[in-house]
Design a protein around this ligand. Structure first.
Ligand code: UD1
Length: 369
């Protein structure tokens, strides 16, 4: 079976690594790894590939940055020829970035089956570009691999054929567990002069949080307030760095928060695992903190990953600066429940996915009604 695996942006890489590793254990599968180049910096792509032991891409589309229409269209144009040459039985896409949607649309229109890993998640906020990517990808994919029960429920509500939906667990947690012995040896926390349990971690990159200067200013103010209680480390995403520089945020950044460049995967997980609190607007980090038992405050109005709240350590606190400070203070002063691991977040999701794909032979699944 020929399978083309597509990645584009940083959060795709930790989902693809365990899948590719598992596929390559089976001689009946021939894999091709395509990197669209949506993320291209060494910090956003190269270092993460090395940390995850992802092989160099077989094909790089080198699409780069641009508007949503530009990125999506360029991936489609450049991928079409690749799929024509390889004639795969299946295209595998992960997550919810523009490359995910672009690859799915291209493949399906060529009559090629598509598997979507991390299907069914819904924030119910169509102002989020990722929500549009999720809805459209799930509407056309043949294999929908879900990480949590809400994913199955959402897909069924949208009229998706039950036979396409497979609850398999979470490949991101596969990556976390497979690399555990390596990230546990990271000395980053000591190099930053911090001690385990004595600091917090911040990440922010959602357009709704960082693109509007008033919102970003409020968030930075809240962080400097929280930073008075506990040292904060903030590995800054390039989108956010650009916005902070544009508004000369140095003037509002308190001494408590340390703004550092993006980290590699292993150092980042080590940093999070050693922290006592995470403040974030990332989707993946809500899941990783749940798996690590670290309290997480999500600086958004909703989550597409409700299981991290019902089972895990996540709390949705919104973006009001006062509320953030209040919730962070509570999280730091009151005993926090450690949460439980959601079902099937056990480090073996990729094995389940590849078993299903091999058994089905990569056939298109025709809706029954
Ligand atoms: C993208 C995804 C988002 C994901 C995030 C993780 C979409 C719609 N968004 O958002 O879902 O959570 O990745 O990081 O697909 N840049 C660099 N170097 C890079 C890549 C980007 O400097 O390697 C800068 C560019 O100035 C670019 C900006 O970051 O314009 C934003 O990058 P882009 O890929 O458009 O979106 P993200 O915000 O990264």
């Amino acid at each position: 079976m020929r399978i083309v695996n597509v990645v584009g942006a940083r959060p795709n890489f930790m989902k693809m690594a365990p899948l590719l590793r598992e596929m390559r254990r089976h001689p009946d599968i021939v894999t091709t790894l395509v990197h669209t180049g949506q993320h291209y910096d060494d910090a956003m792509a190269g270092q993460i590939f090395r940390d995850l032991e992802l092989p160099a891409p077989d094909i790089s589309l080198e699409v780069g940055s641009g508007s949503h229409a530009y990125q999506t269209a360029e991936v489609m144009k450049r991928l079409e020829g690749v799929l024509k040459d390889i004639q795969p039985h299946l295209v595998v896409v992960v997550g919810d970035v523009n490359s995910t949607l672009a690859a799915a649309v291209t493949a399906v229109k060529m009559g090629i089956a598509v598997a979507h890993i991390e299907a069914g998640l819904r924030s119910f906020d169509r102002a989020m570009p990722e929500e549009i990517n999720r809805l459209l990808t799930d509407a056309i994919a043949d294999y929908l691999f879900v990480t949590e029960e809400s994913g199955r429920e959402n897909l069924l509500r949208e009229g998706v054929d039950r036979g396409k939906i497979h609850m398999v667990g979470n490949v991101m947690i596969d990556s976390l567990e497979q690399s555990r012995s390596v990230w546990e040896r990271s000395d980053l926390v000591a190099r930053l002069g911090l001690s385990r349990g004595g600091y917090g971690v911040v990440t922010l990159h959602r357009p709704s949080n960082v693109d509007d200067p008033a919102t970003l200013r409020g968030l930075v103010k809240a962080l400097s307030e929280v930073g008075r209680r506990i040292p904060l480390v903030f590995p800054v995403h390039p989108r956010t760095r650009g916005r902070l520089e544009a508004m000369e945020a140095e003037s509002v950044i308190g001494s408590g928060a340390r703004y550092i460049p993006p980290l590699g995967y292993l150092d980042f997980i080590a940093l999070v695992a050693g922290s006592s609190l995470v403040l974030t607007d990332s989707g993946g980090l809500q899941e990783e903190t749940t798996a690590l038992g670290v309290p997480c405050l999500t600086l958004r109005e909703q989550t597409e990953r409700p299981i991290t709240v019902t089972h895990g350590t996540n709390r949705i606190v919104g973006t009001s600066p006062d509320r953030i400070v209040e919730e962070a203070t509570r999280a730091l002063t009151e005993q926090q429940p450690g949460g439980t691991r959601p079902p099937l977040w056990d480090g073996h999701a990729a094995e389940r996915i590849v078993a299903i794909i091999r058994e089905a032979g990569g056939h298109r699944v025709v809706a029954r009604g």
